[in-house]
Design a protein around this ligand. Structure first.
Ligand SMILES: [Zn+2]
Length: 153
């Protein structure tokens, strides 16, 4: 058993379930893996191919808010390669950009790297993240990352 309290009812521990429990009417999702709070039904998925939870189990409103955060977060790093020379490897740039975007967001929200994942966010943190991400560009984050590197070296 791992220690995984429900985000919505912190006294409850989540338990491991499959998609058959979470999506009883979606047989094609029966093999999915998740951690679920049996008290309120909040859940969180797992890292692909593992039983490791992506964060803390959350109810429908928080899960929806997390999706909104991804809608503004993902394009930032996915499109980052456009600002680089044509020869730059797209996947490499995206991977670097994703790390930078998470580091930037953690800094803005005063979170550690471990805490700064949408799967960990409460609904309030989702709103905060959404506002921050909506009002920035990857070019800004890149400048921030470069300035920070200069400070520490
Ligand atoms: Zn719960």
């Amino acid at each position: 058993m791992i220690d995984l309290p429900c985000l919505e009812c912190p006294n409850e521990q989540a338990e491991f379930v499959t998609g058959a429990v979470i999506y009883p009417h979606r047989p094609e999702l029966a093999d999915k893996k998740a951690w679920r709070c049996s008290a309120c039904g909040a859940y969180v998925g797992c890292h692909p191919g593992t039983v490791e939870p992506l964060g803390r189990p959350a109810g429908p409103k928080t899960r929806e808010a997390r999706q909104y955060v991804h809608q503004v977060f993902d394009p930032l790093w996915r499109e980052a390669w456009r600002g680089y020379p044509a020869a730059a490897k797209r996947r490499h740039v995206q991977s670097l950009a994703r790390t930078r975007c998470y580091a930037w967001l953690a800094d803005q929200m005063s979170l550690t790297a471990d805490e700064c994942h949408t799967g960990m966010f409460t609904i309030e943190q989702c709103r905060q993240a959404y506002r921050l991400l909506k009002n920035t560009t990857y070019a800004d984050i890149r400048e921030w990352a470069k300035a920070r590197k200069k400070e520490t070296t």
